[in-house]
Design a protein around this ligand. Structure first.
Ligand code: AMP
Length: 117
């Protein structure tokens, strides 16, 4: 299924983004509202609305996102200092774009997470 979200538009080059990596499986671009000095989104080209919709036989889709994020961290030189990867799911998780994506956050000591609002 074609990705109907804003991330699909970025993949199809219908809207601009600051793309930092792309391969046949995924794209990575800077978050428009960064929550850390480095905030990059890793998005698969296969459309999967939420993590709940990921079929077992497509689990490698998420593995590729994590591997690409780690490779980016190594290339950019902050892998040893560290980073955080986050995937939000549905309302309580704070998901706002319904195409699965992995947030890579880095560049500073990050605060704790998971506190109810
Ligand atoms: P989530 O809340 O986990 O669904 O994350 C969606 C993320 O997409 C948010 O951090 C937004 O700031 C980011 N975002 C939304 N639109 C764009 C865009 N056009 N370019 C880059 N990042 C975006």
């Amino acid at each position: 299924m074609t990705d109907p979200t804003i991330f699909g538009k970025i993949i199809r080059r219908e809207i601009p983004a600051d793309i930092v990596y792309e391969d046949e499986h995924l794209i990575a671009f800077r978050d428009i509202a960064p929550q850390a000095p480095v905030h990059v989104l890793f998005v698969p080209k296969l459309h999967v609305a939420t993590l709940n919709d990921l079929q077992a036989d497509r689990a490698e889709v998420v593995g590729r996102l994590a591997h690409a994020a780690a490779a980016y961290a190594k290339r950019e030189g902050f892998a040893e200092n560290g980073y955080r990867i986050v995937m939000n799911c549905n309302g309580d998780g704070g998901q706002t774009v319904f195409q699965i994506h992995l947030h890579l956050l880095a560049g500073a000591q990050l605060g704790r997470f998971g506190t109810p609002r």
